[in-house]
Design a protein around this ligand. Structure first.
Ligand code: GLU
Length: 482
């Protein structure tokens, strides 16, 4: 897909006016994947020309989001605001070479033409009044200090076409492209010009971005050609929709990447999930580690249909990534979550050997890192309450408190407190009491955890230890008797 003699250079070019959201992160990821899968470079350009809306905090938040996802960039980030003189020079070059012109039309005149077009139901396009001003007219206007913008002189004839990496061929009649502004009346460069000048300077070879940019591409290609540069290859990935079929937005809940980090999503799961938002491997496999995606990544796998952001799928993928984490690594990842939930002391006090065993059991069940400290907290602290659902299902039956007392007695004399032994004791007791084993297992689980779901009960009891199990059984009996 590229000339092998020219190494691939791609860029992510966020405007730092907000956090790194899902759409931006996906754009960054696709460019990163293209570079890393083909030995190219992934560059970063901060498009901070809107000085009022761009803030250093947002720049940091974007860098933090990229770093969290593992999207390491090559070379120093480029700050677009620092390239302003190069943008202005390019505009002047275009003026000198007749590819652009000064437009002195006032805002009032343009507004009234726009209104008229709207009333007539036509698409408004600049009518080219200033395109053919004579040198004398221009001179006079300049002498009168009339404000002007610089417009690109779009060829009236011909077609601008490009082979989109995602959607194949795109073509637009030049006659449909407006003579767009490249310098505002205050002399500041407009996005279309700045982006092209910077991409030329950074020697960008491929640009993957959202489909919302597709109408910019023909204009940018015309600018490349006018500036005597070879346009890069473009690929426009479809929009991301929510599960309701509407374009993903804040209405759908968290869309900032770091908000997902706070919810306990692993970066590798987010990486995996974002890659599947608009790309798939030939075999439609879903679970991948980041390095496997890099290995399998082929631009031919880009999808043309909109991607759907399904949080359930993200959580499912996260649970799969949690399952395969080496438990010593998991320990490092959950430590901050325990601190956040004021369980840091209990976690440390339990000791590493205990924590590793507890995490190994929990990791089969948990969907997020947060859940280790919410649903899984019973490994470190006694339950202070029992969930309503658990009480409803398993604490309401006849004889529960007596049965739990009998369990207490059986476990107090259990001998070595090991999985096989615990299980044998409880099953024997169920026989003695003439109840099904499940009739004991469920209430024991509630007594020990406060919930009606947990990892395998006997394994869990062996990890918790005899003393803790007995104490919690006693607490449950006391609760049931009040
Ligand atoms: N700063 C633009 C954006 O955030 C970059 C667009 C482009 O890729 O050209 O949408």
């Amino acid at each position: 897909m590229s000339d092998p003699s020219t190494p691939i250079r791609v860029r992510f070019a966020p405007s730092p006016t907000g956090f790194l959201h899902v759409g931006g992160a996906r754009t960054a990821l696709f460019n990163y994947l293209l570079a890393r899968s083909q030995g190219g470079s992934f560059l970063l350009r901060i498009e901070d020309t809107d000085l009022e809306r761009s803030t250093p905090e947002m720049v940091n938040a974007i860098l933090e989001g990229l770093t969290w996802l593992g999207l390491e960039w090559d070379e120093e980030p480029v700050y677009q605001s620092k390239n302003r003189s190069a943008h202005v020079d390019a505009a002047n070059q275009l003026l000198e070479q007749g590819h652009s012109y000064r437009c002195f039309c006032s805002k009032e005149v343009l507004d009234s033409k726009r209104r008229k077009a709207e009333e007539e139901g036509c698409a408004y396009r600049y009518d080219g009044t200033c395109r053919n001003l004579s040198p004398d007219e221009i001179e006079d206007n300049l002498k009168e200090k009339k404000p002007f913008v610089v417009r690109f002189s779009v060829p009236r004839e011909g077609i601008t076409r490009f082979k989109d990496i995602v959607r194949k061929n795109v073509e637009v009649q030049n006659s449909e492209i407006d003579d767009f502004v490249i310098l505002r009346s205050d002399g500041s460069p407009v996005y279309q010009l700045a982006v092209v000048v910077d991409d030329i300077a950074m020697e960008v070879t491929h640009i993957i971005r959202g489909e919302d940019h597709i109408s910019n591409t023909p204009k940018q290609i015309l600018l490349y050609l006018a500036l005597g540069a070879k346009p890069p290859r473009f690929g426009h990935v479809p929009l991301i929709l929510g599960t309701d079929g509407k374009r993903l937005s804040k209405r759908h809940g968290a869309t900032s990447v770091l908000a997902f980090a706070e919810q306990g999503i692993l970066p590798e799961a987010m990486f995996n999930f974002l890659a599947l938002l608009g790309w798939s491997a030939k075999d439609n496999r879903e679970f991948y580690q980041p390095e496997e995606i890099i290995q399998h990544f082929q631009p031919a796998g880009f999808n043309k249909t909109p991607a759907v952001f399904d949080e359930d799928k993200l959580q499912w993928l996260n649970s799969q990534h949690i399952k395969v984490l080496p438990v010593t690594e998991l320990l490092k990842r959950v430590q901050p979550v325990f601190n956040q939930h004021d369980l840091g002391e209990a976690f440390d006090a339990a000791g590493e050997a205990f924590n590793l065993k507890a995490l190994a059991l929990l990791q089969e069940k948990m969907r997020t890192l947060q859940e280790f400290a919410t649903f899984g907290k019973y490994f470190w602290v006694d339950p202070v309450q029992y969930s309503e659902a658990a009480v409803e299902r398993h604490f309401k039956a006849e004889g529960v408190s007596e049965n739990l007392e009998a369990v207490w007695t059986a476990l107090a004399q259990c001998g070595p407190f090991e999985v096989g032994q615990i299980e044998a004791r409880i099953r024997a007791l169920a026989d003695e009491l003439g109840v099904k084993a499940a009739g004991l297992i469920h209430p024991i689980r509630v007594a020990l955890t406060g919930f009606h779901v947990s990892p395998s009960l006997f394994d869990m009891m062996a990890v918790l230890g005899q003393e803790t199990c007995l104490r919690r059984l006693q607490n449950a009996v006391a609760y049931l008797k009040t």
